[in-house]
Design a protein around this ligand. Structure first.
Ligand SMILES: [Mn+2]
Length: 184
């Protein structure tokens, strides 16, 4: 096998192991509370198989996209292990947790409009994964609110990949249908 493929696979596995350790016992709010690492692996699979992304730094940043926001991992850790480019992508995908939810959502929308294509690819993969695994504990109103905001963010990323955009639209329609079946 091509040595480059072996090397990029090894570093990607290293990133997955790093993220799995950092996220520890965190679980998802949807999909039966599956381990959080499944979300990160799903985003990488979406980027790779649907989006045909082959750039290693983009795929590594996809694995680590929630690590600054949701774990004790620092920017210095990422810089040291995975380099500056990966860190820059992750920083562009990290919310300021000192802000309120509505402020964070507004900031995400503002930032994504001017983000680079790689950041848009990861953000779109993130939203495809999230809209396909909505929290079962949320009521209809909260779900409708999230889905409407998610669509705005995803739409701003559609130019990065028509294949991922199509996959998002598919899951978005499914999510809208699913909530019509909810009583409250
Ligand atoms: Mn995420």
């Amino acid at each position: 096998m091509d040595k480059t493929i072996v090397t990029s696979t090894a570093v990607l596995l290293e990133a997955i192991y790093f993220a799995a350790t950092a996220h520890g016992s965190q679980s998802r709010k949807g999909n039966g509370g599956e381990p959080y690492i499944n979300h990160l692996i799903e985003v990488v699979i979406l980027l790779s198989t649907v989006g045909k992304v082959t750039d290693t730094d983009t795929l590594i940043a996809a694995v680590l996209h929630d690590s600054l926001e949701d774990t004790s991992v620092t920017a210095a850790d990422i810089l040291d292990k995975f380099g500056e480019q990966v860190l820059l992508y992750i920083e562009a995908l990290t919310d300021d947790k000192t802000l309120s939810l509505s402020e964070r959502r507004a900031m995400q929308l503002a930032h994504i409009a001017t983000a680079c294509q790689q950041v848009k690819l990861i953000k779109l993969g993130d939203h495809i994964s999230n809209i396909g695994s909505l929290p079962t504990s949320w009521d209809k109103g909260r779900l409708e609110d999230y889905i409407a905001w998610s669509y705005k963010v995803a739409k701003a990323c559609f130019t990065s990949s028509s294949e991922l955009a199509y996959e998002y639209e598919h899951r978005y329609k499914q999510a809208l249908y699913d909530i019509t079946l909810l009583v409250k």
